[in-house]
Design a protein around this ligand. Structure first.
Ligand code: HEM
Ligand code: SF4
Length: 539
């Protein structure tokens, strides 16, 4: 195949990329970026002040992420394929957060865990302990395949098409910690599921495999080129059918190689995600390129998958295994402390349950016998997690943000604090609402603000005295609608923290007063122009 036949390179070469893109030079410094770990003792011995920033960037490949302010504290991101977590592993994370971190733990939107405030000197010890507990650190961050996500009830959900774990395990074996795939142009997010509502949010992944049936055979059809950061893109359907064995894996590898071996996506880190390949090349051409790499033509699957409003799997539900139930507990912004983590682990062990981390930052107890339900709910209440919460609180998602994340502004109210403010205010003034609110500290969109009824995005505002102050953009109408994922529209720019909740209250009240029969908040926002919504918000 002519290298340029399907997806043009526009004059880009790997040599040019090395010259113009410092990130490519950094990756080329090591045989493989993951090799930085071999120098960890040396890096630590230098003393924090002497460590070049480049080493810190490379440590991200192992999930070791510099915190703000940069004074030598790190977050450790733990990958949990499919969010499948044993009580022992959660306890280990709790113990590590207590002994080496600041005591806090976060369940992330990629079904992983974060622990915070780890001193560089102790990072090796923490990493060894995490590895020993069977959890994964490679690819926690950096330009490599990230934690592979799925429906947290995969294998348990009575409504799923088939159990996706065989394929998921094949993907994990192929991608996680694979040195060959650790020097990609950017991160590579993989997800797969066979659940009816695709609660794993496949649309924001580089590649997502969605379970389908064709002529009585189960398999997958892919969405490719999704990405939640600006410019946000939803995965686009490549109309092919993949069998659920090696073919599915070959596809994910071939698409990754079509992207990573095209130097055009190495020229600028800002334009490196695989979504740009799908923007640049016709879908037919991407398909031909992938097929030529696999070595044969793929079967057609023309029906575009429907994305209906996703379940958060909260509360008590049935499993496909007779007599076993699950209970999903909402955790606001996924934040818990080490004591809670250890108590949850103990409780899960006591009742014979396993745990699942969800892409909505919650934890699910699975494999519970009927007789353990009431006791588990009561004990979780004692630990601090009740099922009796308003829907707006249960469904909300908040990013890591201030005080940990280097991209957060930290000029005042953090995005997580703002989220709580908004929820408290709506609960007090209006009551419960069936709405999703996702709050992010900056435009990177780690909490998917573009995919919520109400999205909050941290920014700053220049005051007349020349000072910068914390502000938030407010987005409305994102998420699943009419079987598709839609991106929210930016309605309010640079609102001051104290005004955000009032503006949201106004637009929600207008919706409640003026909605048509059966109309959702999302549909209501799409029935109005941006300017009309803005007017409703500013009052
Ligand atoms: C260029 C910078 C960054 C971009 C573009 C970016 C983008 C994203 C996106 C789109 C997600 C969505 C989750 C998913 O795919 O399921 C995500 C997740 C996440 N990101 Fe970032 N991110 C950036 C930097 C950071 C930094 C500096 C941190 C600092 C700690 C961070 C922390 C997280 C975490 C913890 C998650 C999981 C979500 C959660 O539970 O909060 N990200 N990121
Ligand atoms: S959205 Fe921004 S502030 Fe929040 S965790 Fe992501 S990068 Fe940090």
């Amino acid at each position: 195949m002519n290298e340029e036949e399907y997806c043009p390179r526009d004059g880009a070469t790997f040599e040019k990329a090395l010259k113009v893109n410092p990130r490519e030079r950094l990756k080329a410094r090591e045989v493989c970026p993951l090799d930085v770990i071999d120098n960890l003792n040396e890096i630590v011995a230098k003393g924090y002040e002497e460590v070049p920033e480049e080493d810190f960037v490379l440590l991200k490949w192992w999930g070791v992420i510099h915190e703000k302010p940069k004074i030598g504290k790190f977050s450790i991101r733990i990958g949990i394929p499919g969010g499948r977590l044993t009580p022992t592993q959660l306890r280990e994370a709790g113990e590590l957060a207590k002994e080496f971190g600041d005591g806090n733990i976060k369940v992330t939107t990629r079904q992983g865990l974060h622990i915070f405030g780890v001193n560089l000197k102790q990072s090796q010890e923490v990493m060894d302990a995490i590895k020993d507990s069977g959890l994964e650190l490679a690819g926690g961050c950096g330009d490599a395949p990230r934690n592979i996500t799925t429906c947290p009830l995969a294998g348990l959900n009575p409504d799923e098409l088939f159990d996706p774990w065989n394929t998921l395990n094949l993907l994990v074996k192929t991608f996680v910690g694979n040195r060959e795939y650790a020097s990609l142009p950017h991160k590579y997010k993989i997800s797969l599921d066979t659940s009816p509502d695709h609660c794993n949010i496949p649309e924001i992944n580089d590649v997502a495999l969605l379970g389908v049936e064709k002529d009585g055979e189960f398999g997958f059809t892919p969405l490719i080129g999704g990405g939640g950061a600006l410019p946000a893109r939803h995965g686009r359907h490549m109309p092919v059918f993949l069998d659920r064995g090696e073919e599915a894996v070959k596809f994910v590898v071939a698409y990754m190689n079509a992207w990573q071996e095209n130097p055009k996506y190495r020229m600028s880190f800002a334009k490196a995600r695989s979504k740009f390949l799908v923007d640049d090349c016709d879908m037919d051409n991407v398909r031909k390129e992938v097929e030529s790499r696999i070595g044969y033509e793929l079967e057609d699957y023309l029906e575009k998958p429907t994305l209906r409003v996703e379940s958060h799997h909260l509360g008590v539900g049935e499993q496909k295994q007779e007599g076993l139930k699950y209970i999903g507990f909402p955790i606001l912004s996924g934040m818990l402390n080490y004591e809670q983590a250890i108590k949850i682990a103990d409780l899960a062990e006591e009742v014979g349950a396993e745990l699942r981390a969800t892409t909505q930052q919650n934890l699910i107890f699975v494999n519970l016998p009927e007789e353990e339900l009431d006791g588990t709910i009561t004990k979780m209440e004692d630990i601090g997690f009740t099922l009796k919460q308003s829907k707006i609180r249960k469904y909300a998602i908040g990013c890591t943000g201030h005080p940990y994340c280097v991209s957060s502004l930290g000029l005042g109210t953090s995005a997580r604090e703002e989220l709580e403010e908004i929820i408290n205010h709506l609960e007090e003034t209006i009551g419960d609402l069936d709405l999703t609110i996702n709050s992010a500290g900056c435009p990177n969109g780690c909490s998917r603000p573009w995919l919520a009824d109400i999205g909050i995005q941290g920014t700053s505002k220049l005051l007349p005295d020349g000072e910068r102050t914390q502000a938030f953009n407010v987005l409305l109408g994102g998420g699943r609608r009419e079987g598709e994922a839609v991106l929210a529209r930016l309605i309010l720019k640079m609102a001051l923290p104290e005004d955000v909740k009032l503006s949201i209250e106004r637009v929600v009240r207008t919706y409640l007063n003026e909605k048509q029969e059966g109309e959702t908040f999302k549909d209501f926002t799409w029935r109005h122009e941006v300017n009309e919504l803005k007017k409703m918000m500013v009052g």
